[in-house]
Design a protein around this ligand. Structure first.
Ligand code: IFM
Length: 458
């Protein structure tokens, strides 16, 4: 097998698709650090991390990967990987320390520097507006519970599109709206830490409205932008075959897989949630939410499980069956579920799909030689990329794949314990050590690069 070292899995070969994009993803809050530098305002996560017991080991993202200062080294790593695109998010509180009003020139200048470095490396920037770091000043005014936030978000989108749209074509409005609302407003696991069914429905609807208004704002500022949103879609299974657990899984599926993609692309809410949402829906909202989009961002890791419980939404997370193989952080490994999710997403939404996150978490440590062998992650990536190739052969329109993540980073409530990077970060020194999976991914990309004919044409 070409390019394959004896001990590593063969590289999955994708069906030939000219222009297929290989990339990596990160998010601002998880890597940037510099939390109070150059005028950045606090986000809801800065305060959440300071509440006792919210984040493992009391970790904060004040420094994180110090990417704010070390971005040239990180872009250098991307260049070594041979990727074509880098998905990152912009920190709303770095741009608008108060969430709106006065824009922070130094915050904007940071993203100018990053975009220039990417251009220099020949890497296309994919810019996501929101990866969960809501400005605290807006939360103080109600945050996602306030309908006004849709307009605040659209104003932020307008500024970003005007400022960076000369160098960015690919814009995403939200990353995983399901996680930030479900975990942040229904389960209380993420910032701002609310556990209330009514708050969840309000927040969800306002996120959808904000998505629609921001889509229009970007389009108005940059008519040639390619706009999408990024959804985490995973099969939801009942913990047991009981009718109560089956209903719980159906409700989790509505909240997790359909509550955002269905209204934004199909102009309809899941029937299971209509009663909870209807008090917040004003005339004209569904048309304002369902704006034309250019692509679908799919994040996928593993199936999830639900059981009936007396919680605000009537379900609770359940453990995966014991016999299922698991990643280092205990997530089930099920590449066939990825293939099926890709096919189902293709059939349901009919948009070109980019896999914007996929990867494996673990508790990696350097060995005695200083190398970081992560064979488990390599096996995971090989199996999942292979499953993606199967979905492509079965007809799914998949145009790109981004690994989560370039770097070990601040993994929300798990702090720095769970490492998803293909580059190890030694947080006390900020030294970057490419893991074995980094080399594997680089070789996988190279093995799938279109071969040039003698005439130099692919
Ligand atoms: O780290 C997160 C990311 O922020 C959103 N998607 C899942 C990743 C792993 O948990």
């Amino acid at each position: 097998m070409d390019h394959t070292a004896p001990t590593e899995p063969a590289f999955p070969h994708l069906p030939s698709r000219p222009g297929f994009i290989w990339g990596v993803s990160t998010s601002a809050y998880q890597i940037e650090g510099a939390a109070s530098e150059d005028g950045r305002g606090p986000s809801v996560w800065d305060l959440f991390c300071r509440q006792k017991g919210r984040v493992r080991n009391g970790d904060t993202a004040d420094i994180a990967c110090d990417h704010y200062h070390r971005y040239p080294e990180d872009v250098g790593l991307m260049r070594r990987l041979g990727i074509g695109a880098y998905r990152f998010s912009v920190s709303w509180p770095r741009i608008f320390p108060q969430g709106r009003g006065h824009a922070n020139a130094k915050g904007l200048a940071f993203y100018d520097r990053l975009l220039d470095a990417l251009a220099e490396a020949g890497i296309e920037p994919w810019l996501c507006l929101y990866h969960w770091d809501l400005p605290q000043a807006l939360d103080d005014r109600g945050g996602w519970l306030s309908r006004d936030i849709a307009g605040w978000f659209a104003d932020y989108a307008t500024l970003i599109a005007h400022r960076f749209g000369d160098r960015v074509t690919r814009f995403a409005t939200f990353n995983e709206p399901n996680v930030c609302t479900l975990f942040g407003y229904a389960l209380g696991w993420n910032a701002p830490g609310i556990a209330d069914a009514e708050c969840f429905a309000r927040a969800a609807h306002h996120v959808n409205l904000a998505h629609g208004m921001a889509t229009d704002a970007i389009r108005a500022a940059r008519p040639h932008a390619a706009i999408g949103a990024i959804h985490n879609r995973q099969p939801c299974h009942p913990a047991t075959a009981s009718p109560a657990d089956t209903l719980a899984a159906r409700r989790l599926d509505a909240c997790w897989n359909r509550l955002y993609a269905d209204p934004t692309i199909r102009a309809e809410y899941p029937p299971e949630l209509e009663a909870q949402l209807s008090p917040w829906i004003a005339p004209g909202d569904m048309a304002a939410i369902a704006r034309p989009l250019d692509w679908f961002g799919l994040n996928h890791y593993s199936p999830i499980y639900a059981r009936a419980a007396e919680t605000p939404l009537g379900f609770a997370w359940a453990d995966a069956p014991r016999e299922a193989p698991q990643t280092g952080v205990g997530w089930p490994i099920h590449p066939e579920a990825f293939r099926d999710t890709l096919l189902e997403t293709h059939r349901r939404y009919r948009l070109p799909i980019f896999v914007t996150e996929n990867g494996s978490g673990g508790h990696d440590t350097p060995d005695e030689t200083g190398a970081v062998p992560d064979e488990g992650r390599i096996a995971y990536l090989a199996a999942y990329i292979g499953a993606m190739a199967d979905a492509m052969r079965a007809g799914a329109d998949i145009r790109g794949y981004f690994v989560w993540s370039l770097l070990d980073n601040f993994e929300w409530g798990s702090g720095y314990d769970n490492r998803f990077g293909i580059v190890y970060v030694d947080f006390p020194t900020q030294r970057r050590i490419p893991k074995a999976s980094f080399g594997w991914y680089a070789r996988c990309i190279a093995a799938n690069r279109p071969k040039l004919s003698r005439a130099g044409v692919a």
